[in-house]
Design a protein around this ligand. Structure first.
Ligand SMILES: Cc1cc2nc3c(=O)[nH]c(=O)nc-3n(C[C@H](O)[C@H](O)[C@H](O)COP(=O)(O)OP(=O)(O)OC[C@H]3O[C@@H](n4cnc5c(N)ncnc54)[C@H](O)[C@@H]3O)c2cc1C
Length: 464
């Protein structure tokens, strides 16, 4: 059994490794470095940069902690070297796993030649056609570029430029108040840049719960970030070394850099997908719940299929698609047992200061789904660990079904939220109630005690 995987990001390499573990021969085609957007341009570079930004922010507050420390300044070259070190280490580990599992990695750009073959133009210029029994497509996503802005103009950045760390701008206009825009706003504000965020919608983090949005915006404003909400950058011009952004409202913002962070789109064009008969929904490859495309034997996962465009989602989809491909190829004369992904308990995180982490639905979203839900909020301001750490901003908000106490969702803004959310995600996956989480003994002092408090309050409101 030979499975070909196109794209070596978290979706693709997870699929390749799972297929190999299940006994398939695997060829993984990657045109750049293994690890994809996540390791090379996204999750890991940004979190490495944010760690340095957090140290700067802490140093600025040193007096509050009873310390005399000079305000940290940024050594961009050293910052870049550290980021590259972390990325190289992780890419090396993925390469090592590929070798250990005997996954053949072909370096080059692949095109789906037919539903069982990928034609690769290798990095060395040679062309090779790899033929297998099934193909898993995992070509990820690319930066969406606003047509009104000339992205070739010096001073116009995307997240790819920002993580390349050429410079820390004196001032920056960020177009887009979503996850990527806010993480960079937070990092640059901590580094001392003057930051303005322009967002088309009337709120940052569109689609998120109101309390989450309000707290996040307030925390970033306290760091000096300015917001222009319900507005849009209509024109960007360069005058000498400076950029000038004209907003729809008529406001003009001057800056060193304008960064576009308006989202990403599935990377589906130019690789022979449509020619092979694969159906798209706008730019996303259409799949069923088992990650099968409209063409038999061809599966697709990750950012390429749209939905929750997150690394851990891509990874999980890759694992499940590989299992399904192996199951379909090895089941003869019966229907293969296929798996799907439970999206309702996958966390989504924003690594601003403080962190944001959500799982499941807000109360409003639960109402829209016809669920009679209660909501309970506990604040970090009453938590010993958070106060001791000097990070007592924020809250845990738990949403549970009235009567049963089943957890429908949780929204956390506060310290270590990106870690503590998993307690609730696991509880949701295992169908635990708010009472069961509240009855679990939480170590003291921990910020997780706030989850326990919110769950206890929710249990009372649920009547369970
Ligand atoms: C700035 C930024 C920060 C982010 N932060 C987070 C975060 O904190 N947490 C999180 O969960 N997600 C984050 N993401 C999103 C995350 O990076 C993506 O969801 C994830 O990488 C998607 O994985 P994927 O495998 O589907 O695609 P990708 O990671 O994009 O991988 C696709 C791979 O396919 C290769 N490829 C494409 N076409 C071809 C071809 N024709 N032939 C050969 N190879 C090809 C590409 O080179 C690439 O390596 C972030 C993204 C960005 C941009």
């Amino acid at each position: 059994m030979h499975i070909i995987v196109l794209g070596g990001g978290p979706g693709g390499h997870a699929a390749a490794f799972e297929a190999a573990r299940l006994g398939a021969d695997v060829t993984l085609v990657e045109r750049d470095r293994l690890g994809g957007t996540c390791l090379n341009w996204g999750c890991i570079p940004t979190k490495t940069i944010l760690r340095s930004a957090h140290i700067v922010a802490d140093t600025r507050n040193a007096r509050k902690f009873g310390l005399n420390a000079a305000v940290a300044s940024v050594d961009v070259e050293a910052l870049r070297a550290r980021k590259e070190g972390v990325v190289d280490e992780l890419v090396g580990q993925v390469e090592g796993t590929a070798r250990r599992l005997k996954v053949r990695v072909v370096e080059g750009e692949g095109v789906l030649a037919d539903p069982r073959s990928v034609r690769v133009t290798r990095a060395d210029g040679g062309v090779e056609t790899v033929t297998g029994d099934a193909v898993i497509l995992a070509t990820g996503s690319v930066v969406f570029k606003l047509p009104s802005i000339d992205h070739e103009m010096p001073g116009v950045w995307t997240s790819d430029d920002a993580v390349s760390l050429v410079d820390i701008p004196k001032d920056i206009v960020i177009i887009g108040g979503g996850v990527i825009g806010l993480e960079f706003a937070c990092a640059y504000a901590a580094f001392g840049s003057r930051v303005a965020v322009v967002e088309l919608m009337e709120q940052v983090l569109p689609g998120n719960d109101r309390r989450v949005v309000k707290q996040t915006q307030a925390s970033l404003e306290a760091m000096g970030v300015e917001f222009y909400l319900g507005d849009a950058v209509e024109r960007v011009e360069r005058a000498g070394e400076r950029m000038s952004s004209t907003l729809r409202s008529g406001t003009t913002l001057e800056s060193d850099v304008v960064m576009s962070a308006v989202g990403r789109v599935p990377n589906s064009a130019g690789f022979g997908f449509e020619e092979a008969g694969i159906e798209l929904d706008r730019r996303a490859v259409k799949v069923d719940a088992d990650f099968r495309t409209s063409v038999e034997g061809v599966y697709a996962v990750g950012d390429l299929i749209g939905g929750m465009m997150l690394a851990h989602v891509a990874e999980e989809e890759g694992v499940i698609a590989a299992r399904n491909a192996v199951a379909e190829l090895s089941t003869v004369g019966a229907e293969a047992q296929l798996e799907s992904v439970r999206y309702d308990c996958i966390p989504a995180c924003v690594y601003t200061f403080p962190n944001v982490a959500v799982v499941g639905s807000s109360r409003d979203a639960a109402k829209e789904r016809g669920i009679d839900a209660v909501q309970a909020v506990a604040k970090f301001a009453a938590n010993g660990k958070a106060l001791g750490e000097g990070e007592a901003e924020g809250f845990v908000q738990v949403v549970a079904e009235k009567g049963s106490g089943r957890i429908i969702g949780c929204q956390i803004v506060g310290p270590h939220a990106v870690e503590t959310i998993h307690e609730v995600a696991l509880a949701m996956r295992e169908d635990l109630t708010v009472l069961e989480v509240a009855e679990m003994v939480h170590a003291h002092p921990t910020v997780s005690e706030v989850i326990k408090m919110a769950c206890r309050d929710a249990a009372g409101k649920c009547g369970c």
